[in-house]
Design a protein around this ligand. Structure first.
Ligand code: NDP
Ligand code: ZN
Length: 356
């Protein structure tokens, strides 16, 4: 095998480019993988162009992929070269105390389970390294294509995490603010958890159409006026049970507080790339006594979650194909796909690069 590989990297703020690096070495519990399909994420856009996590030099981007295992360390038990696998965007250290407490995404400190394209090279390369392979890879079921499987890396687990954290229950009225791929999976996750009325907030017709396909009952366009007014009018003044935030800026928390009922839950999965503070309106937050919970969560990583969510696709409960609007076939196309993710044409939900 060659010793060098190429990858698409953040060269510095606002700049991406192809670089050559050594192929990563595997430790005893690790795996080396070769991507079968890759997709860029809005988070890559926050990182490069919004400077959301600070400066990075020559860091290979990307955290969404399905892959084939190329090499494993001598302590890896359940995976071997040639296996086709799903790669979770978040790859925790499973022995960390935070993982033992149920917060694997924060293993070793806040957000530290997020390693690809943050603290180490990501998946936009000919090869990439996965820590703790037995805990962080999942076998790809034969009935799921590697292209569909890329949506299991991040979009499905993040959207569903939003619905889980909102504790969506049968018959709930749920508002999903933002219906890019993440919000669309929050719509789908809420519907699977039994939501009744589901409002989908976004402006692009393509996303609205797909949101309806996933079970949204009402479409709200934030460009047509204040979403609080639009939703409260449709609700005849009755506040909603749950709000999931998957788009927009820091102002969405204030809006969510204005439409939620006492005892409701506001669940954020949006990566807030800009703004210093989030404002919580005092009166609508029940003067501090409204039992309105606000939770923000990074998706859980790891094998168990991937296997669980893969079964949702495997047994026909969820079809991720409507998310995949743009298809590419060469590693080099990743650059265009990422720029497309930044510029978001009206018809774009998610581009995917298939290398099969
Ligand atoms: P998109 O940019 O594709 O979608 C954003 C959505 O928000 C669009 O529907 C957009 O509407 C809508 N929107 C924009 N501005 C407003 C506004 N002012 N009010 C209401 N809605 C608005 O993003 P993704 O779906 O790809 O990702 C969503 C977020 O999730 C990103 O911040 C991403 O980084 C983050 N993320 C978080 C993860 C986690 O683990 N928590 C993991 C992965 C991603 P339209 O375009 O129709 O105008
Ligand atoms: Zn992502």
């Amino acid at each position: 095998m060659a010793s060098k590989m190429k990858g698409l990297a953040m060269l510095g703020f606002d700049t991406i480019g192809w670089i050559e690096k050594d192929i990563p070495k595997v430790g005893p519990t690790d795996a080396l993988c070769k991507p079968l399909a890759i997709s860029p994420c809005t988070s890559d856009v926050h990182t490069v162009w919004e400077h959301a996590i600070g400066e990075r030099h020559d860091l290979i981007l990307g955290h969404e992929a399905s892959a084939e295992v190329v090499e494993v360390g001598n302590l890896v038990k359940d995976f071997k070269p040639g296996d086709k696998v799903i790669i979770p965007a978040i790859t925790p250290d499973w022995e960390a105390v935070e993982s033992q407490a149920g917060f694997s995404m924060h293993s070793g400190g806040m957000l530290n389970g997020w390693k690809f394209s943050n603290s180490k090279d990501g998946t936009f390369a000919e090869y990439f390294h996965v820590n703790q392979a037995d805990g962080n890879l999942a076998h790809l079921p034969e009935s799921i294509s590697p292209v569909d499987a890329v949506m299991l890396s991040d979009m499905v687990p993040t959207g569903f995490h939003g619905a889980d954290n909102a504790e969506v229950a049968y018959g709930d009225t749920v508002v999903v603010i933002g219906i890019g791929p993440v919000g669309l999976m929050a719509v789908a996750g809420s519907v699977l958890r039994g939501a009744g009325r589901v409002y989908a907030v976004g402006s692009r017709a393509k996303c609205q159409e797909v949101a309806q396909g996933y079970g949204a009952t009402d479409l709200i366009n934030y460009r047509n006026g204040d979403i609080v007014e639009q939703i409260m009018e449709a609700q005849h003044g009755k506040p909603v049970d749950k709000v999931i935030i998957a788009g927009g800026g820091v102002e969405t928390f204030e809006q969510a507080c204005k439409i939620i009922k006492p005892g409701g839950i506001i669940s954020n999965i949006n990566y807030l790339g800009t703004g210093d503070y989030i404002k919580i309106p005092r009166v609508e937050w029940g003067l501090g006594m409204g039992h309105i919970r606000i939770i923000g969560g990074l998706m859980p990583g790891g094998r168990k979650n991937m296997e669980r969510l893969a079964r949702v696709i495997e047994y026909g409960r969820l079809d991720v194909k409507p998310l995949l609007t743009h298809h590419y076939s060469k590693l080099e196309d990743l650059e265009q796909a990422l720029l497309q993710m930044k510029d978001k044409t009206p018809d774009l939900i998610k581009p995917v690069v298939s290398l099969i």
